[in-house]
Design a protein around this ligand. Structure first.
Ligand code: FAD
Ligand code: SIN
Length: 527
C-alpha cells in the first residue's frame, strides 16, 4: 500500500469538487480524485444552464419564491436566500475562468425552464456543463497547489478506527482508495476531506445520469456515521430521448422553455394544460407524472415533444448538440417531434450538511449533488443544481480556510488489510445484482409509489445487501464491487426514506397517502 498526504482531499472533479479546489489552492495543497476520467461526472453532461437573477424586472425574492414553490415546503429559506444571492457572483467567476456563456446584443442570453417565473438561465447553447467542466479543469490543472488524480476509486473514509492508535473521535482523516492503474489500495490522508461525488441516479434502470452516479459519497458518509436526509426525493426528468439504441440522452427542459409542446403521439393532443395551468413549464415532478400517466393509461412507449413550429435556424442555434445527435438518429427536430419518456435525473437527498458544507463528522465536508443542503426541499428547481455546486464548493473551502487550526492533523493510519480476501471467482454476481436493483427500483420505487411496492423493494434489498456484504468480505475489491456495495446501501436508504413518508409531497408521490401532511418535515436517517 502506498500513502499520500494533502492538506485537503477532495473526492470528485465535477463543479462542486473543482470549485472547492480552486478556492482552497490559494494557500493549501489540495488533492482531487476522480474514479475515472476527470470529466466523467454529471457536470460535463449538463445541458440547460445555471439559474441566476440577471434579467431586469427579476429579483432575488422571485428566484427564492420559485425555488420554494418547487421544493413544496421543505426548503430551508436561509439556505435558499444565501444560494440565490450568491448566484450572480458565481456566474461572474465562471466568466472570469473563460466560460463562453451565450450572449445576445452584448448581454447574457437567458433562457427559461420549468418552474421559473422569469428568464433566468445562463447557458452555453445546449452544452453548458461541458463548457463549465472544461474551464474548471483547465484552471485546476494550471494551479501548482492542485494535484488531479484520475482513476482513483474511493472505498471508505478513514476515521480514528483506522488509526494505528485507535480513536473514537469520529473525525475523518482521508480515505482508502483503489488505484485502477496499480490495482492497489492507497491510503490518502488529509486534514480536511470534501465529498463531491455527485448523485445516485444509477440505482434506477432509466437515468440521465452518468455511469458513475452510484451514490458512493452518500454510502461512505453513512458508513462513517453521518446522517442522510430526504433520499425519497428522486427527481425524474420528464424528457429523456426514447430510443432503443441510445439510452439516457437528455432533451433539455430549455426546449420546453423555448416553446416545445408535449403531445399525445397517437392523437396529437397537447395534454399538459389538462394537468396544470403552467402547461409544459410546470415543475418537473408534475410534468413527469403527467407523462407517466399518459403512457400508462394508453399503453404508450413514449410521448412526443415538438419544437418543429419554431424557426429552424433558431432551433439549430439554441440546441445544436441535440439537433446533431437526433439528426444522426434520423429525427429532424426542426420538422419532426421527439419521442420522450421520463427518467431518473437528480438526487435531491444526500449527506446532511450545514450552510458551510459541514457534515456530522469532524473534518468532513460535502458539496454538490451528494448533499442535502436544504436548497432543493422536496423537488429541485431546474438549473439550481450547478449553482448549488458552485456556492457550496466555495463555501466549504472558505470554512476550511477560516478554521484551519481547528482541524485535526491526520494520525498514522493502518495499511489496508487484504490478508483474508481472494480474487473473485464469480463476477457475474455483481452484474446480476446490479441489474436486479436497478429494475426493482424503477418498478417499485419510481415516479408513482405504493406502500406494497415499497415493501416488496425493501424485502429484496435486505436480501441483496446481505449477499453483497458476504461477497465484499471474501473478495478483493474491484471498481464494480465498490460501486455495487454503495448502490445497495443507497437503494436501501431510498426505500427506507420512502416508506417513512406518509404523505405525497414534491417528488414523493404515493397512492396510499395522496395528500400533503400539515407539517413539512425532513426525513433524516441516523446511522
Ligand atoms: P459530478 O459532476 O457528478 O461529479 C462527481 C465526481 O465524483 C466525479 O468526478 C466522479 O468521478 C467522482 N466520484 C464519484 N464517486 C467516486 C469515488 N468512489 N471515488 C472517486 N471519485 C468519485 N444541473 C443544472 O443546474 N443545470 C443543468 O442544465 C443540468 N443539466 C443536467 C443534465 C444531465 C444529463 C444530468 C445528468 C444532470 C444535469 N444537471 C443540471 C445536474 C447537474 O449536472 C449535477 O447535479 C451536477 O453537475 C453535480 O455536480 P457534482 O460536482 O456534485 O458531481
Ligand atoms: C435540463 O437541461 O433540462 C436539465 C436542467 C437541470 O437539470 O437543472
Amino acid at each position: 500500500m502506498s500513502a499520500r498526504s494533502f492538506d485537503v482531499l477532495i473526492v470528485g472533479s465535477g463543479a462542486a469538487g473543482l470549485t472547492a479546489a480552486l478556492n482552497l489552492a490559494t494557500s493549501l495543497k489540495v488533492g482531487v480524485i476522480a474514479k475515472g476520467k476527470l470529466s466523467e461526472g454529471a457536470t460535463g453532461w449538463a445541458q440547460g444552464g445555471i439559474a441566476a437573477v440577471l434579467e431586469e424586472g427579476d429579483s432575488f425574492d422571485a428566484h427564492v419564491r420559485d425555488t420554494m414553490i418547487a421544493g413544496a415546503g421543505l426548503n430551508k429559506q436561509a439556505v435558499v436566500e444565501h444560494v440565490v444571492s450568491e448566484a450572480p457572483h458565481a456566474i461572474a467567476r465562471l466568466i472570469e475562468l473563460g466560460v463562453p456563456f451565450a450572449t445576445e446584443n452584448g448581454e447574457l442570453h437567458l433562457t427559461r425552464e420549468g418552474g421559473h417565473s422569469h428568464r433566468r438561465i445562463v447557458h452555453v447553447a445546449d452544452a453548458t456543463g461541458w463548457a463549465v467542466q472544461e474551464a474548471l479543469e483547465k484552471a485546476a490543472a494550471a494551479s501548482a497547489n492542485i494535484t488531479l488524480i484520475p482513476d482513483m476509486v474511493a472505498i471508505d473514509l478513514i476515521t480514528g478506527r483506522h488509526a494505528e492508535e485507535f480513536s473514537t473521535s469520529g473525525a475523518v482523516h482521508g480515505l482508502y482508495a483503489l488505484n485502477r492503474k496499480t490495482r492497489r489500495v492507497d491510503a490518502l490522508t488529509a486534514r480536511a476531506t470534501i465529498l463531491a461525488t455527485g448523485g445516485a441516479g444509477r440505482a434506477y434502470l432509466f437515468s440521465t445520469a452518468p455511469r458513475g452516479a452510484t451514490g458512493d459519497g452518500i454510502a461512505m458518509a453513512w458508513r462513517a456515521g453521518c446522517r442522510i436526509s430526504n433520499m425519497e426525493f428522486m427527481q425524474f426528468h420528464p424528457t429523456c430521448l426514447y430510443n432503443l439504441e441510445v439510452k439516457n440522452f437528455l432533451i433539455t427542459e430549455a426546449v420546453r422553455g423555448e416553446g416545445g409542446i408535449l403531445k399525445h403521439p397517437l392523437t396529437g393532443h397537447r395534454f399538459m394544460p389538462d394537468y396544470d395551468e403552467r402547461g409544459e413549464l410546470a415543475p418537473r415532478d408534475i410534468v413527469a407524472r403527467a407523462i407517466d400517466h399518459e403512457i400508462k393509461r394508453d399503453g404508450l412507449d413514449y410521448v412526443h415533444l415538438d419544437i418543429g413550429h419554431r424557426e429552424p435556424e433558431f432551433v439549430k442555434e439554441h440546441f445544436p448538440n441535440i439537433y446533431e445527435k437526433l439528426m444522426g438518429l434520423g429525427i429532424d427536430i426542426t420538422k419532426e417531434p421527439i419521442p420522450v419518456v421520463p427518467a431518473q435525473h437528480y438526487t435531491c437527498g444526500g449527506v446532511l450538511i450545514d450552510m458551510h458544507g459541514r457534515t456530522d463528522a469532524p473534518c468532513l465536508y460535502a458539496a454538490g449533488e451528494v448533499t442535502q443542503s436544504g436548497l432543493h426541499g422536496a423537488n429541485r428547481l431546474a438549473s439550481n443544481s450547478l449553482l448549488e455546486c458552485l456556492v457550496f464548493g466555495e463555501g466549504a473551502a472558505r470554512h476550511i480556510l477560516d478554521h484551519w487550526d481547528e482541524l485535526h492533523a491526520p494520525p498514522p493510519i493502518r495499511a489496508w488489510d487484504e490478508s483474508r480476501v481472494t480474487d473473485s471467482d464469480e463476477e457475474v454476481v455483481i452484474t446480476q445484482t446490479w441489474g436486479e436493483i436497478r429494475r426493482f427500483m424503477w418498478n417499485y420505487v419510481g415516479i408513482v409509489r405504493t406502500t406494497k411496492r415499497l415493501e416488496r423493494a425493501k424485502h429484496r434489498i435486505d436480501m441483496l445487501r446481505q449477499e453483497v456484504r458476504d461477497y465484499y468480505a471474501h473478495f478483493r475489491v474491484t471498481p464494480d464491487l465498490i460501486e455495487l456495495r454503495n448502490l445497495v446501501e443507497v437503494a436501501d436508504l431510498i426505500i427506507r426514506s420512502a416508506l417513512h413518508r406518509h404523505e405525497s409531497r414534491g417528488l414523493h408521490y404515493t397512492l396510499d397517502y395522496p395528500k400533503l401532511a400539515k407539517e413539512a418535515v425532513d426525513t433524516v436517517l441516523v446511522p
